[in-house]
Design a protein around this ligand. Sequence first.
Ligand code: URA
Length: 266
Amino acid sequence: MVAPQDNDRLEVGLQSSQSEERVVPLRLQKFLARAGVASRRGSEDLMTAGRVTVNGVVTTELGAKVDPLVDVVAVDGVPVLVAGAPVYLALHKPSGVVTTMSDPQGRPTVATLVPTDQYPGLFPVGRLDFETTGLLLFTTDGELSHRLLHPRWKVEKSYAVLADGRLDAKDIERLEVGIKLDDGLTAPAKARILDHRATNTLAEITITEGRKRQVRRMFSALSHPVIELHRVRFGPVELGMLGPSSWRHLSADEVTDLRRVTEMGE
Ligand code: URA
């Protein structure tokens, strides 16, 4: 283990497959978060609970630093494996798939659609309902995921919504001002009508919260229940032309933008 220092040492070019700089050594909680073990705060809790060892020694000191290429870090005795840099993927989630890495009920999960063998520790950033389609981010970076979902950073999520009936300007205003749900008033949203069809309406809504079935509940509150829900954007990342059930790596620019909107630096 490396003694705590004031500044991280920058080591450039260690990650041959990435053009990013790698910080070595790095704080143990940061290492755990990047490995996808928990958020940085959660990792600190694991440390102070005495569940983390470095080279076999319980390490509770929050200033402790490790070199991931040299030190063996374990949580509850299980080694944390990091194959180089954190990984960031976008999946086009199809309908009929649960957002979990394993389902006790045996339903199809998103885990079967992303390369978990290649990237152990990959997990979804938040969730989409069983029926919802569209953009679902995956990462091994616990801290970034934590911030993307935390209300403090108000990261925008945009959805295309096919809703029952004919939405009007008043409905849009209610969505934008805030809808009273059983878990409180929703934060101001952006909404617009894209198309009026015979018996339903195609709309777009952008929200900054991530409550359970939030968009469905908002439209139900307007008496225009959702027929289909499709996420097209998460923060700066767009689904684009990615086909259903396909995944892609995020570009370096997309990762930089995600880090910027969550104030994680570049
Ligand atoms: N809002 C919902 O209601 N469902 C989702 O899957 C995502 C947002």
